[in-house]
Design a protein around this ligand. Structure first.
Ligand code: KG4
Ligand code: ZN
Length: 331
């Protein structure tokens, strides 16, 4: 079975073709960062309009790069939520309509299920069951995964997501949108022990997170010490270490509580080098294994949607003819 995947939930248009026997045949990605940069964040209306411009040409490009014709596509998977409703509707309308025109099944995919399964696109994919740490701009979740569709939420952020905390703190420091990766880069030049940031909710039981206090801590430092490049680097390093310590602490607790030894990490923040290194150290110490997507599949992409859609279409699931999206969709 060969599936076309379409991702348009936020500010990336991602298209991919996944083949059950041959694996990923092609994936193309267009980022709207330049369009939103002047506004300091994603402007939903501009995002929708740009997805309209880009989705069909990128589908043609993905087919061309895969060297396959539209006739050979057996199903179409599109992200139906969570995300920006207008942006989601572009992918859903195009995906559902193409599937109908081609006489093939369509499937609405949950964006976070896409992220969660992304490490399975790599060589040496994780076996079920495992713990998934999902860390993106919109979500911070720990999930027990026993199989495709068998997900138990163990804990999540009660306020800001980890990526959101990176972005908001970066904005306070005057860094450009999207600030997370820029802050991570600055952190390599700073002293992580310079400022004492809290490790929120590590002093109480449970697997929930809270990251909104970290940006307040950062703004207090800026108010007291200014925003010089040296202060910025030290804030970045101290902030990043606080987020990483907190995520590592909760992952260890989730693994201990469930007795599992396999961890997958996915979502935009899983591209963070410091987080990857420190989780690697944790799992080595625990004699377990940690799995990541390749860096380009940590952030939003079409490959993860094609893959998740393939798994579900192959299991016989499919969508009716209606075109709907679910901007707030629990997994
Ligand atoms: O998964 P994603 O592309 O979109 C959502 O579904 O939210 O994640 C984007 C988030 C942003 O908050 C971005 O700042 C963050 O991931 N991010 C990073 C890094 N790369 C992306 N945060 C920290 N370090 C990075 N290297
Ligand atoms: Zn995402």
């Amino acid at each position: 079975m060969r599936v076309l995947g379409i991702e348009t939930s936020c500010d990336e248009t991602g298209i991919a073709i996944y083949d059950g026997e041959k694996g990923l045949l092609s994936h193309v990605l267009y980022s709207q960062i330049a369009i939103h940069a002047d506004y300091g964040g994603v402007v939903p209306e501009l995002a929708s309009r740009d997805h309209i411009r880009k989705t069909l040409p990128l589908i043609k490009q993905a087919l061309q790069e895969a060297g396959v014709s539209a006739d050979s596509i057996d199903g179409v998977a599109y992200t139906a939520g969570p995300g920006l409703s207008g942006a989601l509707l572009v992918g859903a309308s195009i995906g559902r309509s193409l599937a109908m025109a081609w006489g093939k099944p369509a499937l609405a995919v949950h964006h976070m299920e896409g992220h969660l399964l992304a490490p399975m696109l790599e060589a040496n994919p994780p076996q079920f069951p495992f713990i998934a740490l999902l860390v993106s701009g919109g979500h911070t979740q720990l999930v027990r995964v026993d199989g495709i569709g068998q997900y138990q939420l163990l804990g999540e952020s009660v306020d800001d997501a980890a990526g959101e905390a990176f972005d908001k703190t970066a904005k306070l420091m005057g860094l450009e949108y999207p600030g997370g990766p820029l802050l991570a880069k600055l952190a390599t030049q700073g002293d992580a022990k310079k400022y004492k940031f809290p490790r929120p909710m590590t002093d109480r039981p449970g697997l929930d997170f809270s990251f909104s206090g970290l940006k307040t801590a950062a703004s207090n430092v800026i108010a007291a010490e200014g925003n010089s490049p040296e202060v910025q680097a030290d804030i970045a390093a101290s902030f990043q270490q606080a987020v990483v310590d907190t995520l590592v602490f909760k992952c260890q607790r989730a693994l201990n509580e469930t007795g599992l030894k396999r961890l997958i990490v996915a979502g935009g923040v899983s591209a963070n080098t410091s987080l990857r290194e420190q989780l690697q150290q944790l799992l080595s110490k625990m004699k377990g294994e940690v799995f990541y997507p390749r860096k380009e599949f940590c952030t939003d992409n079409g490959a993860m949607i094609a893959f998740a859609g393939y798994q579900r279409l192959n299991a016989g699931q499919q969508q009716d003819l209606s075109i709907g999206v679910t901007p707030r969709w629990p997994m």
